[in-house]
Design a protein. Structure first.
Length: 117
């Protein structure tokens, strides 16, 4: 499985961005897709996830502002980010968990989101 994240950039506080993660390879082995982020000096944290059945979960810090979704072919996963705050600044990674593993196993290369005026 290969993951390619894109869509990061510089945005002002209160603005929006949409991240994309292109998924290729053995996509039908994947049962959960997630977006993580890592800010400078902080640990990587799970921001949002979506299961093959489209059940979604969110970190408390982004609930009501971020939306994770995927296309019907399961080849692209999106993270829509609204009402962005400076504390959302981080490198965002998409990740995939195969059904036969307990944890996320495949990772994209990361895309930088900077929220600043």
């Amino acid at each position: 499985v290969q993951l390619q994240a894109s869509g990061g950039g510089l945005v002002q506080p209160g603005g929006s961005l949409r991240l994309s993660c292109a998924v290729s390879g053995s996509i039908f082995s994947i049962d959960v897709m997630g977006w993580y982020r890592q800010a400078p000096g902080k640990q990587r944290e799970l921001v949002a996830s979506i299961t093959s059945g489209r059940t979604t979960t969110y970190a408390d810090s982004v609930k009501g502002r971020f939306t994770i979704s995927r296309d019907n072919a399961r080849t692209t996963v999106y993270l829509r980010m609204d009402s962005l705050k400076p504390e959302d600044t981080a490198v965002y990674y998409c990740a995939a968990k195969p059904s036969y593993r307990p944890n996320y196993h495949y990772w994209g290369q990361g895309t930088l989101v900077t929220v600043s005026s």
